[in-house]
Design a protein. Structure first.
Length: 282
């Protein structure tokens, strides 16, 4: 069994769909505050043989009210640049997962919150990009935010970076809750002073998420969903998210408060590699 960044337990891949190739901000519904979308990465768009199998959809086509902050299409992630395969800042999921997440959104609104996704389907080429990066120990552009207490050489050994990931099966989501009405999240500026993801909410990047005790993709045990050091509103938010997701048929990966997989996923143990691009599902 292996782990990958925001990936959860996995096993050896059973299949991929397309031919593999080498190679900031929140997108919100019109009724919620938003900031300009990040530019596409340099990865080529979906071409022949690079389309999703039947049953994959863009989340915005199922529920346009769910906010999207697709970090791996931007510079604001633990690598510090757009990741291979993220052509557009777009959430793609299996239809079953997207419809289940729509139910979560409806339930969350009854509590005064909305859902925001950080990552959805993740192509295998992105996982490969993470693994290559983890072995280049001199590249530590965002250490101060995402793994301030760890030496980069330990990220692989401790299971933070590896592969494959259930994200590549299309029914796993990294997400959070946002108090409504959502306030505008300022853009991340490449090169700005970085703040530890494990710091108190008012001392880390000003994400418009409800306080969850750490930032997203925080390589720290404080990110474990039920870590006893997280108390008060932060733990209440984690438990609310967990309950809402469980009610809709998702299960949590206990080491990451943001990571959930659909229990009855349609493509278990299959790991696809089509790019994250509108053209891949149209």
């Amino acid at each position: 069994m292996s782990l990958t960044a925001c990936g959860g337990p996995t096993s050896k891949p059973a299949a991929t769909w397309s031919t593999r190739t080498a190679s900031p901000t929140v997108s919100a519904p019109a009724t919620s505050p938003s900031t300009p979308a990040a530019p596409p990465s340099a990865t080529a768009g979906a071409g022949p043989g690079e389309h999703a199998p039947a049953g994959f959809v863009a989340l915005s086509d199922v529920d346009p009210t769910i906010m999207q902050d697709i970090r791996y299409a931007t510079d604001h992630n633990f690598v510090g640049r757009p990741i291979d395969g993220y052509v557009e800042p777009l959430c793609i999921l299996t239809r079953q997962a997207a419809e289940a997440l729509h139910r979560v959104q409806t339930a969350a609104r009854a509590h005064g919150y909305g859902v925001k996704v950080y990552d959805c389907y993740r192509p295998q080429r992105a996982v490969d990009d993470f693994v290559r990066w983890s072995r280049r120990f001199d590249e530590q552009k965002t250490k101060a935010e995402f793994y301030p207490k760890l030496d980069k050489s330990e990220l692989f050994n401790q299971g933070y970076i590896a592969g494959p990931t259930t994200h590549s099966s299309g029914s796993t989501i990294d997400l959070t809750l946002v108090a409504l009405p959502a306030h505008t999240q300022r853009p991340y500026v490449d090169g700005e002073q970085l703040l530890p993801c494990s710091a108190p909410a008012d001392q880390r990047f000003p994400d418009n998420s409800a306080d969850m005790g750490t930032g997203f993709d925080c390589f720290d045990s404080l990110a474990h969903t039920l870590d006893p050091r997280i108390t008060g509103p932060a733990m209440e938010h984690r438990l609310l998210l967990k309950q809402l997701m469980q009610d809709a048929g998702f299960k949590n990966y206990s080491s990451e408060w943001w990571h959930y997989s659909l229990t009855q996923e349609p493509y278990p143990r299959k790991y696809f590699d089509f790019p994250v691009a509108r053209g891949a599902v149209s």
